[in-house]
Structure formats: C-alpha cells, structure tokens
Design a protein around this ligand. Structure first.
Ligand SMILES: NC(=O)c1ccc[n+]([C@@H]2O[C@H](COP(=O)([O-])OP(=O)(O)OC[C@H]3O[C@@H](n4cnc5c(N)ncnc54)[C@H](OP(=O)(O)O)[C@@H]3O)[C@@H](O)[C@H]2O)c1
Length: 326
C-alpha cells in the first residue's frame, strides 16, 4: 500500500515521504480498514514536527482520524467485513489501509456521507466533552468560542446552540466570520481588527461570557479573563497561537472563575464508556440536523502537503478531508 511515512520529526514538507509499505495486521479486537476518507486536524502538523504531547516511535505513518471499510478483522473483533467505521487511529491514517483500534471506533450510521464521517469524531467529541462534561454549559448561558471558524471552533458553535446557549464567536477574517454565522453564532467578532473584550461586554450588558472555549491560547486567553462572567469557566482546548499562556491565581480568585482543562484523548484511558455515550448523543444531534461538519475542501492523499499548508497558513475553515482514491 502507499502511505506517508515520517523517518525523522520535522516540518511536514521535509519530514514526510510517500512510500510503498506493508499493510498493517489487526490484532485483538482491532480491524484493518481500507481508508475511504481522512479528517485532518491541527495536531497532525504538531505530531509530524515532534511538538505534540504524543511522540510516536520513529519511523511512523502519521494521521489520526479516518473512516473506511473493514477488510480484515482481528480475532476478537465484533465487526464484519464491509462494515463502515470511523476511528481515531492515533497514527497511521495517512495511508491506503489503516488499523482502526477499538475504543474510539464507531459504526458509521446509514445516511452519513464518507466526508462527514471522516470529519466527525475529533471535533464533536472534543467540543461535547469540553462544553457538556467539563464546563457544564447550561441553556441560556453565554458561550464565547474563539477561532470559531476552525475545526473544533465550528463544532463548538453548533454544539453550543444545540445545548441551548447564546453563542458569541471570534474569527480572523470576514469570510471566517461568515462561517461562524452559518454555524449558528448569534454574534460574531473579528478579533484581528476589533477589541473582543469590549465587544463581549457590550453584547452581554457588561456581564461577560459564562463559558469561554479557547483553542487559540496566548493573548486570546489572557484577554478572555477580562470578559468572563461571575462563576465563569475558561476551557483550555489548545494553543494554535503558539504560546501557552500563564495565569496568576489571584486573578482566578478575584473573578470567581474556573480554568478548566480538557484532554479528550485521555478519556480513552480513564473513562472510555463516556466516549461511547457521547457518540450516541452526537449521532442524535446529527440526525436532528443540529450538527454537521463544515468541509473546507477535499484533497487527494498524494497532495497531503498542500492540504496541510491550508491549515498551517490559516487559510482553511472547518475541516479538510483527504481521500486516497481521488
Ligand atoms: N484539548 C483537546 O482534547 C483537543 C482536541 C482536539 C484539538 N485540540 C486543539 O485545538 C486546536 C485547534 O485544532 P483544529 O484542528 O480545530 O485547528 P484549525 O482547524 O486549524 O483551527 C484553529 C483556528 O485557530 C485560529 N488561530 C489563531 N491563531 C492562529 C495561528 N497563529 N495559527 C493557526 N491558527 C490560528 C484560526 O482561526 P482564525 O484565523 O480565525 O484566527 C483557526 O481557524 C489545536 O491546538 C488542537 O491541538 C485539542
């Protein structure tokens, strides 16, 4: 099979080689799938560079999220050949075939397209755990979503609305602001040109946001502490700005706020049953039309670098889907 392989950590332009390699073999309750579509995520770039919290042993095939068709079952698998599944593989998705491990692997519902299935799990699971489980977002509360046009950002806007919140979103361009509106945001701010602290205070009559969803970090996190409501919660999702912010604990005390972390992947180790429950809830929202992945573009797997460029250069919105067969 063809796959992108990383021999040494580095920038994806240099570190990835398009190679003929052996198909992996599934064991236990794992299955081998023919990859039909891959979902790209910002952490893919970090993992190839060796800058992600997970550093796979070298050499490795990167790629964390995929959907495909089962072609070979591990001896303990409860799936059948030809079943359509979506999976978080950890590594290995940038290939024509990939092992889909049990744990974060689900049958794709009838009626869900390959593209939606490839783009579904990472963003909606992350935002559901962030908003519903960690921040305990309540109907009628004000949710501020930073980087609202990004992968997890679009999912947080849609899920915020599904959970009954009033949603404010920030984004860096007019086109991305429009994406936030299409996802259901009640109010959108260009945080590249406008002061989002003043805009959030203005929109909330001075109260601020009850929950802040922050995949950006850096200055955006710092400023968010200035427009958070009494009893507010700031969700630490990621650091696309490149700076991990610090916060003085007196600020947490004075604002009566909580700084809440989320490490979605670790639920697979600590509370895997919650991932399955969340997936059922998310499929329900999908059936009801409350959530649907926003797809920026599709690329051929052989053009993966071009697709990753769109994420790195901040040109994309929503999710990028990559296919081995186009
Ligand atoms: N905690 C968890 O369990 C978990 C799970 C999944 C993902 N994450 C994290 O969530 C973050 C977002 O992931 P994603 O896949 O949704 O990424 P994405 O689609 O690339 O979206 C990231 C957004 O960040 C904004 N941004 C602000 N400054 C940026 C910069 N300097 N460079 C690039 N983007 C910048 C961009 O919006 P504007 O251009 O509008 O500013 C962009 O839309 C990542 O840090 C990822 O590691 C965390």
């Amino acid at each position: 099979m063809h796959a992108w392989q990383v021999d040494d950590f580095g920038h994806y332009h240099d570190a990835m080689q398009w190679r003929e390699t052996d198909r992996p073999t599934p064991s236990g309750s794992d299955v081998l799938v023919k990859v039909d579509a891959i979902g790209l995520n910002f952490p893919d770039i970090l993992m190839i560079a060796g800058k992600y919290q997970v550093r796979p042993p070298l050499p490795f095939v990167p790629g964390t999220e995929l959907m495909g068709t089962v072609v070979e079952r591990g001896p303990e698998s409860d799936l059948n050949e030809d079943d359509r599944v979506m999976a978080m593989s950890g590594v290995g998705a940038f290939a024509e075939y990939c092992v889909a491990p049990s744990g974060a692997r689900f049958r794709v519902p009838d009626g869900m397209s390959d593209e939606d299935a490839a783009a579904f799990q990472m963003i909606y699971q992350t935002s559901y755990f962030g908003l519903a489980v960690r921040a305990n977002l309540q109907p009628g509360e004000v949710l501020l979503v930073h980087g609202g046009a990004g992968g997890v950002g679009t999912s947080a806007i849609q899920l915020g609305k599904a959970l009954g919140a009033i949603v404010i979103a920030t984004a860096g361009t007019d086109a991305k602001m429009e994406v936030c509106r299409q996802c259901g945001a009640d109010h959108v701010i260009n945080y590249g040109t406008d002061d989002f602290v003043a805009a959030v205070k203005d929109f909330t009559n001075g109260n601020g946001a009850d929950v802040v969803y922050d995949p950006v970090g850096g200055d955006v996190f710092d400023k968010s502490t200035k427009c958070i409501a009494w009893n507010g919660r700031i969700l630490v999702i990621g650091f696309t700005s490149g700076r991990i912010p610090d916060i003085r604990t007196n600020r947490i005390l004075l604002k009566n706020m909580s700084v809440v972390g989320l490490h979605w992947g670790a639920y697979r180790i600590h509370e895997p049953h919650l991932i399955e429950e969340a997936q059922e809830t998310l499929y329900g929202y999908y059936d009801d039309g409350k959530i649907k992945p926003v797809i920026f573009n599709e690329y051929a797997l052989s053009d993966l670098s071009e697709a990753l460029d769109a994420i790195e250069q901040r040109l994309s919105y929503g999710k990028i889907v990559v296919k081995p067969q186009i």
